[in-house]
Design a protein around this ligand. Structure first.
Ligand code: DAH
Length: 340
């Protein structure tokens, strides 16, 4: 039995020297140490030995078993190490290798202008509201006091889905939504896309952007309107820029006004950019909210009054960045966009 044991040990060590894979090692483990393995068989045969022989052989079998176990484990660790080394070698990445440059994008000039405007107005205490681009005719026209025969309601001027639903032609319906939802007092702005059935040219697009503002409270007067808008113009365009308020007509305000600013090219002296008038084209429309509009939204015009204003953001961005054609803003041309 002892010789057999020595034989098993020698044979296992020899076979272990020849293994190539982890699987080979596992097979050897089964061959010697498994349930039907050779060492296990010897242990089973111990019962036939004499009382004296049993402890001596027992110690020897355990010794051989431990030796084989350790040899198998060592070999396994050695092989694993080799596998890892090969993997590290084969999958090596050259981090100094030149790859394509990753180009980071940046804000679109229009988005930047919009965010700066929103920043300014929120600092002035306005809350930013949002409204849908698909609007009801009621919110876009009726509740804004736009008479049924107003030309802006014409089928050819606006995009109708059906007779009650349109792509909003202005951001003013968001005023209606805000007043209906929150009542007075209120101080809000909103912005977004608006749509009109316009022919495309350098200054017109069937889709453009507006920013709208509304203040309703007790004792709001034209003085508040003028002061707020003057503050906005100077903070946004520069201390030196002056404003001019001209009478105008909007159905939802009474009185209604349009605001011009001194020409940003010549500072008001007169140049070819401003047709030698010293004034830029109108910046925004505004006025005192018509009592009918307040009433339509459940606000008592005897107690509350308010002012509102609306401006085209595309035009402001164009003046700010000296962009001469509105189409460039929507063409997604990288050469154009990279300039900002
Ligand atoms: N909605 C107007 C337009 O599209 C702009 C405007 C004018 C908005 C006067 C207002 C306002 O809130 O008070 O031309």
């Amino acid at each position: 039995m002892k010789e057999k044991l020595i034989g098993i040990k020698d044979e296992s060590m020899q076979l272990l020297n020849e293994v190539k894979t982890i699987k080979d090692i596992d097979e050897l483990k089964v061959k010697y140490l498994g349930k039907k393995g050779e060492i296990t068989q010897i242990l089973k045969g111990m019962k036939d030995l004499s009382k004296e022989e049993r402890p001596v052989m027992g110690a020897l079998v355990n010794e051989v078993r431990e030796e084989i176990e350790k040899a198998l484990e060592d070999k396994k660790a050695e092989l694993n190490e080799k596998i890892l080394e090969k993997k590290l070698h084969d999958e090596r990445i050259d981090v100094t290798l030149k790859t394509d440059d990753i180009v980071l994008g940046h804000r679109h000039p229009l988005k930047k202008t919009l965010e700066d405007l929103e920043d300014l107005f929120t600092h002035m205490g306005f809350t930013v509201y949002d409204g849908p681009e698909i609007e009801t005719v009621e919110n876009n026209f009726d509740l804004l006091n736009a008479p049924k025969d107003h030309p802006s309601r014409d089928m050819s001027d606006t995009f109708y889905f059906d007779k009650n639903t349109i792509l909003r032609s202005q951001t003013s319906p968001v005023q209606i939504r805000a007043m209906k939802e929150h009542g007075a007092p209120i101080r809000m702005i909103c912005s977004g896309r608006v749509f009109r059935s316009d022919e495309v040219d350098a200054t017109h697009s069937p889709m453009f952007h507006q920013l709208e503002g509304l203040v309703v409270d007790e004792k709001i007067s034209v003085a508040n309107l003028i002061d707020t808008l003057n503050y906005f113009v100077k903070a946004f365009f520069g201390e030196e820029v002056k404003t001019r308020f001209r009478p105008h007509y909007f159905p939802f305000t009474e009185p209604s006004l349009e605001v011009d600013t001194t020409c940003t090219s010549c500072g008001g002296k007169g140049c070819s950019a401003c047709n030698h008038t010293g004034w830029s084209m109108e910046l925004l429309g505004c006025g005192m909210v018509h009592p009918n509009v307040l009433r339509n939204c459940g606000i008592d015009p005897e107690k509350y009054s308010g002012f509102a204003f609306g401006m085209g953001i595309d035009r402001i961005a164009m003046v700010r960045y000296k962009i001469t054609d509105i189409r460039m803003m929507f063409e997604n041309n990288k050469k154009f966009l990279e300039q900002f």
